[in-house]
Design a protein around this ligand. Structure first.
Ligand code: HEM
Length: 409
């Protein structure tokens, strides 16, 4: 039995391209590509300097159009997607939010499009790039903790840039045990194994609490002014963005501009997995935005959310086995998720609303104004975030289960 469940979990890890320790994070991401692609890495490795000295666009104009056919495996493709993503964002936003490039030159656009197609990702910098595969250890024998982690590629913003992506990475890592918990719940429900189901739910709750604790690191490592004035610009996309209302033209790919959302942790698969597991019903508009964000996730991760979504309802299962322990374990998950979403809301107010309402002397200033009421993913975000929190709250099971069934576990 024990062996069977371990085997079933391993099959899930393989099918959904996740791991027990790191969840959705790419294990041991590469930071080198075959020599043929050195020009991409040279630009991506020097991006901060090239943006600040305003040389990036000129160098991109001199780039050869390379075929991505020599990229031979998933990790190489992920690094290429990451590098081309950083270069593209730098290219578009080099002159600040007010004068974005309207056209992505063919030497960037065409290989980026082809690499994206092979990965099943859109040709824009996603959360799966900037967070899930943009990390390396300073000391390779040390642990994955804040002081020992570095980014592979950075935008201007110094420690705030590192802090934003690395804290997000650590929050994602804290989610990993909860994802295993979600899989355990899914399997336990199939065979009505109530004690494993309860253990799985406890894992999910503990993981959500750890995510919130880890999230607090943001305040020590990310300065609101640097985040709002600089970093946000470089992760902005070209959909629902008044600075690029028609989108961006990918030269050599399409004759019409293409609309794509910017990077946002709304593209993280973790919370969407918990929503699916815990049967949280988002209202139409919110749900549509979250579903659209799945297009920005690696296809295997998207499949896990879809698999959890079509499972028989955990809520109905618990209501039909009214043990107060099970019900409590379910409600603890919901409360921990409400708590995390509340904490996230407060953090967003500090990093986006407050700096947006103050005049700041940041060199790339002016950039945030059009985005003050929309997130980088382009949603009207405070209404949206309150709606995800309220929908979570509504999923609490109110009924008191009857005492006669409590002995079942
Ligand atoms: C300074 C830090 C952060 C800020 C300012 C921030 C801001 C935002 C904004 C504005 C949105 C609205 C969606 C959009 O339009 O892009 C959003 C959504 C979201 N963010 Fe963050 N975020 C931060 C950190 C994080 C972290 C570390 C996570 C954890 C993985 C996270 C998870 C999410 C999720 C899951 C959503 C979708 C809404 C939901 O499911 O409740 N965010 N964030």
């Amino acid at each position: 039995m024990e062996t069977n469940s371990r085997e079933a979990l391993q099959e899930d890890y393989d099918a959904f391209d996740i791991s027990d320790e790191l969840g959705f994070i790419l294990e041991e991401p590469l930071n080198h590509l075959p020599d043929h692609y050195q020009v991409w890495l040279d630009l991506a490795n020097n991006l901060t300097h090239l943006i600040k000295s305003r040389k990036l666009r000129d160098l991109v104009h001199k780039m050869p159009v390379l075929s991505p056919n020599l990229l031979s495996n998933h990790r190489e493709l992920r690094l290429a997607h990451l590098a081309l993503g950083f270069i593209s964002m730098g290219y578009v936003w080099q002159e600040g939010q007010q004068s974005p490039a309207q056209i992505l030159p063919k030497a960037l656009a065409l290989p980026y499009w082809l690499v994206s197609d092979r990965l099943g990702l859109p040709a824009i910098l996603t959360y799966a790039d900037s967070v899930l595969c943009n990390w390396k250890l300073r000391d390779p024998t040390g642990d994955m903790e804040i002081g020992n982690l570095d980014l592979i590629f950075s935008f201007p913003g110094g420690e705030s840039c590192r802090g934003f992506f690395i804290v997000s990475l650590l929050v994602e890592m804290a989610a990993s045990s909860g994802i295993t918990g979600a899989l355990e719940v899914m399997h336990a429900m199939k065979i009505s194994d109530l004690s494993s189901l309860q253990r799985g739910l406890v894992k999910v709750t503990q993981s959500l609490k750890k995510m919130k604790e880890t999230f607090k690191l943001m305040h020590n490592h990310v300065d609101p002014t640097a985040f709002h004035g600089t970093l946000r610009t470089f992760v902005s996309g070209w959909r629902d963005n008044p600075m690029l209302p028609r989108g961006l033209l990918y030269e050599g790919v399409s004759n019409e501009p293409i609309l794509l959302s910017g990077g946002s942790a709304a593209q993280s698969s973790a919370l969407q997995c918990y929503d699916a597991l815990l049967c949280i019903q988002h209202d139409d508009e919110t749900g549509a935005f979250l579903t659209r964000m799945r297009e920005y996730m690696p296809p295997a991760h998207r499949r896990l959310i879809e698999t959890l979504s079509v499972c028989p309802s955990l809520r109905d299962f618990i209501l039909s086995h009214p043990s107060s322990d099970l019900c409590q374990a379910f409600n603890s998950c919901i409360s921990a998720l409400v708590d995390l979403r509340n904490y996230h809301l407060k953090t967003v107010a500090k990093y986006v609303i407050l700096p947006g309402s103050q005049a700041m002397g940041c060199p790339l200033r002016g950039v945030g104004t059009a985005l003050n009421t929309t997130g980088t993913g382009g949603s009207s975000f405070m209404v949206f975030l309150k709606s995800t929190r309220n929908a979570t709250q509504k999923a609490l099971i109110q009924e008191r289960p009857s005492a006669s069934r409590e002995t079942e576990i």
